[in-house]
Design a protein around this ligand. Sequence first.
Ligand SMILES: NC(=O)c1ccc[n+]([C@@H]2O[C@H](COP(=O)([O-])OP(=O)(O)OC[C@H]3O[C@@H](n4cnc5c(N)ncnc54)[C@H](OP(=O)(O)O)[C@@H]3O)[C@@H](O)[C@H]2O)c1
Length: 209
Amino acid sequence: MNIGIIGAGNMGTGMGKFWAQNGHKLMLSYSRSPDKLKAAAESIGSGTLVGTPAEAVQFADVVVLSVAWTAVEDALQQAGSLDGKILFSCVNALLPNMGGLAVGTTTSAAEEIAKLAPGARIVEAMPLFAEVLHSSSRLFGEQKPTVFYCGDDEDAKAIVAQLLQETEVDAIDAGPLKSARYVEPAGFLLVQLAYAQNMGQVALKLLQR
Ligand SMILES: NC(=O)c1ccc[n+]([C@@H]2O[C@H](COP(=O)([O-])OP(=O)(O)OC[C@H]3O[C@@H](n4cnc5c(N)ncnc54)[C@H](OP(=O)(O)O)[C@@H]3O)[C@@H](O)[C@H]2O)c1
């Protein structure tokens, strides 16, 4: 599958390396520094391409949006039409000082992104922390972490679920896109635990009976 990544930072490269290892073709885009973008592609290897956001969209079966909340509008403008494309967003609406979320409970980053990208088949997930993606193992003891995803297009969700599983997690369907209102704050809870509570690398694990 061709994966076009808009935002080749911690998350774009962290997930991208698993996808490249699994045989997908990648194009990285959206950096203020062409050299940084090229270095990010080289760090992934496997013939990873670089391009503009619009070229990444053209290239992609799945477009990944992995930019800061404050850059979403600009990134999507540069991407152009996403009509009919699967758009996997891992964007959380973190305030620039990481002191909270800019939107929540009555809407979500994912729902706001859906408004900015009409026609896109949007799926959201809060993947593992970048530190965990870039470390030598995804396991916590012997436990595989859980990553929740949500969206309104079942076929798009199945494809994103497979891509998430390839990052060595249990991907759990949290329902419609509206569930992003709960998935995103859960992601922020982890930020709070990791950084304000100094708990280091943390992740979620769903228990069910
Ligand atoms: N990091 C995590 O553990 C984690 C976990 C779950 C969800 N998320 C979410 O994933 C998203 C991406 O996070 P990240 O940690 O990968 O961020 P990041 O490392 O800062 O990556 C964002 C990329 O966007 C690019 N960019 C281009 N123009 C920009 C602009 N005008 N302003 C800001 N960035 C610009 C940056 O490229 P240049 O710097 O080269 O210009 C950078 O490579 C965020 O919404 C975050 O909330 C992150």
